[in-house]
Design a protein around this ligand. Structure first.
Ligand code: F6R
Length: 607
């Protein structure tokens, strides 16, 4: 959603800020702005709409070497130039960029208005800027600290002023911030992608911390001014990973990256000789996990679909009762968490507000909490007791693809890890992880036949209603296929457990309606063939995803997309790929903005 970039150093700040904002575009935004600062004053440019609109107003030869940039996703007030950040105080000497929501902004606004402050925007951020301006008595850090004691809500903020032009004050509560450490310079960002071109050395701020950043120095304290010492960490992402690298869209790049991403995810974690799984992040809670009596997986969207695969995996392989909960529902229910409950929060970004809130709810009620997260250093892994990173690299496309397969792969590893601690024999674990280690190669085979999925998109791309059917481990994949085509091609689609179709949705099937049926080899194969016949009997066009070598399916379906054979619990890692490709090509053919679908943000950090 919103994005922050800051720079204090020796180089002209503007190109660095704008480049950083460009790298944050993928997160979604509807206005943008920059502020440069020196003793003379603040120089601010803002605009509604895309970044290129802002760029048209900028003089890239500006000499200032300090500044802030922001991309805003409107919450308080429309996406207008006035509401864009940076927000200034009445004197025009203090600039604030802010991610998050100040909850008591109305009360603060009223208080400031009574003191004669005239507001220029509808934003909660301006309230903060005005408050800091009022509280300033010669020390910016102190003014920010005092202001933050007055506000409730969430924030990642960066503040600059003309009185102390060398200084950025940054603070975090519930909204991520990272300080990049360079030679005679420091950068600030809400997402590592914004600063990766300049440094891989970073310090992650935690909630309740304030950073005072100058070109030469970074000083961290708590909100109550207690000094904090932190190690500089290395970001493992590379610049190539956040660039298109010749692909037309990030989504296509990330679909194609899945084999390599899975190799990275599995590396060092599977021990084929011993038939066992090593998950370093779980070492400290191994004993507690062995005693787990119930697992709750909680997530949103695609991560929820991956979690549902996890539920099937945990019950099948570890025989532990498992439920998958929408984080947004879980957090407001009165969930029963008893002794032996493990709550696993699954998230690509590690910042999704609902998932974070569900995690906190579970933690408060005494669950052991684990994170299955992609972004290292994000909020969820900082708040869980333990966890496993996906290591699939940055996901820039708004539609989640390689994170889904990474989540399923990690949950497969976890199921095997737990299974081995319960009743699973070394032989069956060995069979499972051998099959898992083949998945990257099998994914490559599917990707080599990507044209077949494209042909389906060409044939059916005009249809505005699709059904996706799956059973067992492939039921979550049906949900995921439907979500992908909805969110990027704006096609209405429903994913269903295939047998549910006859309880209502079958009424939707009309002549030629595309119905994607995942009909891979497995215990329910015959059952799904029956579902296919029911669809065809009503005139639907069946697009089957089937196991290589299955000739029978050709006779029963209109089109077949084959995937290599694997164990049934691992099929989602393969069957999802043709569905991602169909959605991608349908979106391109329909002229949709694949990487920035309408109304969507990459990381949903609000309710
Ligand atoms: C769909 C998609 C979303 C996310 C959901 C959770 O393609 O990307 O449904 O999966 O917003 O996001 P994370 O995984 O970051 O918690």
């Amino acid at each position: 959603m919103c994005g922050i970039v800051g720079y204090v150093g020796r180089r002209p700040a503007l190109p660095i800020l704008v480049e950083g904002l460009r790298r944050l575009e993928y997160r979604g935004y509807d206005s943008a702005g920059v502020a440069l600062v020196d003793q003379e004053g603040l120089w601010v440019a803002k605009s509604a709409g895309r970044l290129y609109v802002l760029e048209q107003q900028l003089d890239f030869t500006a000499p200032q070497t300090r500044g802030l940039g922001h991309t805003r996703w409107a919450t308080h007030g429309a996406p207008t130039e006035a509401n864009a950040h940076p927000q200034l105080d009445a004197s025009g000497r203090f600039a604030v960029v802010h991610n998050g929501i100040i909850e008591n902004d109305r009360a603060l606004r009223k208080y400031l208005e009574q003191k004669g402050v005239i507001f220029k925007s509808e934003t909660d951020t301006e309230v903060l800027a005005q408050l800091i301006g009022q509280l300033y008595d010669g020390n910016l850090e102190r003014a920010v600290r005092q202001a933050l004691h007055e506000v409730s809500g969430t924030y990642g903020i960066a503040v600059m002023c003309t009185f102390e032009p060398d200084v950025i004050i940054a603070a975090r509560k519930g909204s991520p911030l990272i300080v990049g450490v360079g030679q005679g310079e420091h950068l600030l960002a809400s997402d590592a992608a914004a600063i990766l071109a300049h440094t891989t050395q970073v310090v992650y701020l935690d909630d309740g911390e304030i950073a005072r950043i100058t070109p030469e120095q970074l000083r961290l304290t708590t909100l109550d001014a207690i000094p904090v010492t932190k190690a500089v960490e290395e970001i493992e992402w590379t610049l190539e990973q956040i660039e298109l690298g010749g692909y037309e869209h990030f989504m296509l790049k990330e679909i194609n990256e899945q084999p390599e991403a899975l190799e990275n995810c599995l590396r060092g974690r599977i021990d084929l000789a011993e038939g066992t799984v090593h998950l370093g992040g779980l070492v400290d809670c191994a004993r507690e996990l062995t005693r787990a009596r119930r697992i709750i997986l909680t997530a949103c969207g695609t991560a929820w679909h991956a979690s549902l695969v996890g539920e099937y995996l945990f019950e099948e392989m570890a025989r532990i009762p498992t439920e998958t909960e929408y984080a947004s529902e879980f957090r407001y229910r009165n969930p029963v968490i008893d002794d032996g409950t493990v709550l696993i929060a699954v998230s690509q970004s590690g910042e999704t507000m609902d998932t974070l809130a569900a995690l906190r709810e579970g933690k408060q009620r005494g669950a052991l909490t684990l994170g299955v997260v992609n972004v290292v250093g994000s909020t969820i892994p900082r708040e869980t007791d333990a966890g496993v990173y996906l290591h699939v690299g940055p996901e820039i496309g708004v539609a989640s693809t390689k994170a889904f397969s990474g989540q399923v792969a990690v949950l497969s590893l976890l199921a095997c890890y737990l299974g081995r601690r319960k009743h699973m024999s070394a032989a069956s674990a060995m069979q499972f992880i051998t099959a898992l280690s083949q998945i990257p190669r099998q994914m490559r085979e599917i990707l080599q036949r990507a044209d077949e999925a494209r042909a389906i998109a060409e044939r059916f791309g005009e249809h505005n209603n699709w059904l996706y059917l799956g059973r067992g481990f492939n039921y979550p994949v049906a949900l995921e296929g439907a979500l992908k085509i909805k969110e990027i091609a704006y096609i209405h689609a429903e994913g269903l457990p295939a047998a549910e179709m006859k309880h209502g949705p079958i009424a939707l099937i009309t002549e030629g309606m595309p119905v994607v049926c995942i009909a891979t080899a497995g215990v329910q194969y015959e059952k799904i063939l029956n579902n296919i016949s029911q669809v065809r009997g009503r005139g639907g066009s069946v697009i089957a995803v089937a196991t290589e070598g299955d000739k029978e399916i050709r006779r029963l379906s209109d089109h077949v997309l084959y995937v290599p054979d694997t164990l049934e619990p691992l099929q989602p890692l393969l069957t999802v790929i043709p569905l991602q490709l169909i959605a991608y090509h349908a979106a391109v053919l329909r002229g949709c903005n694949v990487d920035k679908p309408r109304n969507l943000a990459k990381s949903v950090t609000v309710e």
